[in-house]
Design a protein around this ligand. Structure first.
Ligand code: CTP
Length: 475
């Protein structure tokens, strides 16, 4: 049967093929196979981007179709490269299809043939390899994967990465990728300790690259020991799996509403009543809910925190503004009221700055603000399935939280002690008790006390609980 050499096709056809292949995330060879199959079998579905290729048992397309993870493993030139051959096997055990790239120096230690035999894939070595570069192979190796593992990562390769060099296949891939990158450094302990390496590693970590190891132990050089051994293949393969797995998104398709921060209640145009809430806990919950896949609206009082990525943020000043924005953001599946709303506002707020007078102090009449949590929780129609309040207390924490649960009509109260000694208000850590309705408990209220943890961790745990509760059928 005649064979077809894509390289010999007209330039215009090659350009069209490259474009189609890039659009479909396939290699040019697989794109050609797809087109030929469709032309001969006529079984191309209407949405050809979802077209499945039965023929190819190798490469990324087969990986995509079978839902397997794909790793590009870059092996750079150090004695630890021999362990990378074992790493190929460990990555495969963890469900990865592995494509190997060997630097010039790596080939002094292991051969592309060994890497290919173990990975059952072609290995790559040259940036200017006509067989793969006619369709921009380095770009495919950089992007057509779930992550890139560099093991061993030598001091030299990391220095080049930190500087953004791209003068060989490995560095070109690392510069062109938008995938997570895991480095497993390995080198002599003095090279690892050298300020230049420390600088480069710190720079790479700041750029978002993850590192594992090096471990402590004896070196290949006689009598040398210290920090510099490559992490074990099992460890690297486990970390790779953790990084490549799509994160669980248990709140996909849910709408979540969160209030956060203090409110400011004007006394006159320049003065206001406020409290010490930093908004950190509410913002952390918004970020965690977003990371879990929810569509999140955060109604925030005046705080100096940046908008969490992907969250719709409505900035407000007063309790009444906050209630209006909460109303506008409904309906929601769950609403979490983490704001420290001022209980009172000044009824007779001055339109001009209040001046000192000889006749004594100004008289301020206070009126109660709307209770936003209670208003929403008691709604007969349009009440979120799950309504969660916070109780910030300085004494009788659990007794006050239980009373608030009942009085405000919410489903859960997250209670925390905000006495100044705890450092919780404005700080980064929190110790909370989740108080909820529990028909099994003697007084109908259950308390789950969590250990002290970062506000981000509290947020992640709370989001997990919310996701589980939203899955339960309505009572
Ligand atoms: N809350 C609210 N609107 C208010 C006051 C409070 O939505 N006007 C919400 C808070 O966001 C929090 C819960 O109610 O979720 C409890 O707030 P907290 O300040 O602890 O309680 P208060 O209702 O203000 O009661 P007290 O001041 O007596 O402790």
């Amino acid at each position: 049967m005649a064979s077809l050499t894509i390289r010999k096709l007209d330039d215009a056809i090659k350009a069209e093929l490259r474009l189609r292949a890039a659009q479909h995330g396939r290699s040019v060879e697989d794109e050609v196979r797809t087109i030929l199959r469709a032309a001969t079998g006529g079984d191309m579905p209407a949405d050809n981007t979802k077209y499945r290729i039965a023929a190819s048992s190798q490469g990324a397309v087969a990986a995509q179709d079978s839902g397997k993870l794909r790793a590009t493993l870059i092996i750079s030139g150090g004695i630890a490269a021999y362990k990378s051959l074992d790493l190929i096997r460990r990555l495969k055990d963890n469900g990865f299809i592995v494509r190997c790239v060997l630097t010039h120096a790596a080939q002094q230690f292991v051969t592309p043939l060994a890497a290919s035999a173990l990975s059952n894939q072609r290995s790559y070595t040259d940036l200017f390899d006509p067989a793969s570069e006619f369709d921009a192979g380095h770009i495919r190796l950089a992007r057509d994967c779930d992550l890139i593992v560099v093991a061993p990562a030598t001091a030299d390769l990391m220095a080049k990465m930190a500087q953004g060099h791209a003068d060989d296949l490995a560095t070109a891939i690392l510069l062109a990728t938008d995938r997570p990158v895991l480095l497993a450094p390995a080198m002599n302990p003095l090279m690892w300790a050298n300020p230049a390496t420390r600088r480069n590693v710190a720079r790479l970590i700041r750029d978002g690259v993850r590192t594992l190891g090096p471990n402590t132990g004896s070196m290949a050089e006689a009598g040398e020991a210290g920090v510099g051994r490559m992490a074990e293949p099992l460890e690297i393969a486990a970390r790779a799996l953790e990084m490549a797995r799509p994160p669980a998104r248990p709140l996909d398709g849910r709408r979540i509403l969160i209030t956060a921060g203090p409110t400011h209640e004007p006394i006159d145009p320049v003065r206001y009543i406020a409290n010490r809430s930093s908004g950190k806990q509410g913002f952390a919950i918004a970020a965690a809910a977003r990371a879990a896949g929810a569509e999140v609206t955060l109604v925030a009082g005046p705080v100096g925190l940046p908008d969490p990525a992907g969250v719709t943020v409505r900035r407000v000043e007063s309790a009444r503004d906050m209630l209006a924005e909460v109303d506008a953001a409904l309906p929601a599946d769950a609403a979490i009221f983490a704001a420290a709303v001022a209980d009172w506002r000044v009824a007779n707020a001055g339109e001009q700055k209040i001046k000192k007078t000889a006749s004594g102090f100004p008289h301020l009449d206070l009126v109660e603000n709307p209770d936003i949590l209670s208003t929403i929780a008691h709604r007969a129609e349009g009440r979120p399935k799950l309504v969660i309040g916070f109780a910030a207390e300085t004494e009788h924490l659990l007794a006050n939280a239980r009373a608030k649960l009942v009085r405000k009509g919410c489903d859960w109260i997250v209670a925390n002690d905000v006495s100044p000694a705890t450092g919780i208000m404005g700080g980064d850590r929190n110790t909370v008790h989740l108080v909820s309705r529990d028909d099994g408990a003697p007084d109908g209220v259950g308390v789950d006390s969590w250990p002290a943890m970062g506000k981000d961790e509290v947020a992640a745990h709370l989001v997990e609980r919310i996701a589980a509760a939203l899955k339960e059928p309505a009572a």
